[in-house]
Design a protein around this ligand. Sequence first.
Ligand SMILES: Nc1nc2c(ncn2[C@@H]2O[C@H](COP(=O)(O)OP(=O)(O)OP(=O)(O)O)[C@@H](O)[C@H]2O)c(=O)[nH]1
Length: 318
Amino acid sequence: MRLFSVLRAPAVGWRERFDCGGREVARWFPGHMAKGLKDMKNRLRVVDCLLEVHDARIPLSGRNPLLQQALGIRPHLLVLNKMDLADLTHKSRILECLRQQGLSHVLFTDCLQDENIDKIVPLITELVSNSQRYQRAENIESCIMVIGVPNVGKSSVINSLRRLHLQKGKASSVGGQPGITRAVLTRIQVCDRPLMFLLDTPGVLSPQIESVEIGLKLALCGAIRDHLVGEEVIADYLLYTLNRQQQFSYVERYRLASPCDDVETVLKSIALHLGKTRRVKVLTGTGNVTVTAPNYNGAAVDLIHSFRKGLLGKVMLD
Ligand SMILES: Nc1nc2c(ncn2[C@@H]2O[C@H](COP(=O)(O)OP(=O)(O)OP(=O)(O)O)[C@@H](O)[C@H]2O)c(=O)[nH]1
């Protein structure tokens, strides 16, 4: 789904399409995730509602369809987290697209500032009490399973809820790398009144990511380990996206002469600007000469990290 290209005039002079170069996404799915899904299914009996966390920069793609299929039709709240990093100019259009997909309970959140976190418990309480099938009248507590692809902020949402409702610190470990949540399905209290527990789950990607481009969006958001995709490829996709959206803050950040769509040129300039270079000996016809070689990978890593920290501006990848 391309929300951006439908809503904005295409930027002239930049790549119209990203060349995925015959890459295969199947290798990007780590096998242990299938086990994660199986463990989640085994705990379903006690679950009243699904709280799905996803990245607000990819509101329309990259969710794992298997999660909802396997976990059943029960009350479902979609939390689009990291709203602080997302360009939400067309928020109402996003909500409309999601409604058309049958997702009518959606919240945008920012766990760093605890924005909209206070809306989660009341909304879940309402969804659970309105649900016929899973309402367990004798039960005064509710149990919510937190699901989503890796690194979207599932643990951060849980910690924010605990901070807000229980004035308690971290219960769930947070990390910048996908796959931090290893201890499977820990039950964590997040609220006293109403009594509510969450089950934290490991991030589970779909084994069949729909396309290479969606895989690249997931990688850019940190849902797939960088080295599996390749830092320079991720950086190239980022450059393609920033240029198409005329989001040129990278030019100023890295003191480049002008925007550019050629990743090699950009990474070379970034490497030189950051001093990420090394001296290498090259054998020529007239003997050895020492030249300065840019560290392309180091430059790509810096560009990707700047994007993930929001230093290149707010972006919408869909
Ligand atoms: N900017 C921003 N960063 C966030 C937000 N929420 C979480 N993060 C960061 O995103 C990274 C991943 O957060 P986690 O809470 O560990 O994500 P997770 O979904 O539990 O990760 P897995 O256990 O790998 O599935 C961490 O570096 C968090 O600090 C947010 O709202 N805004």
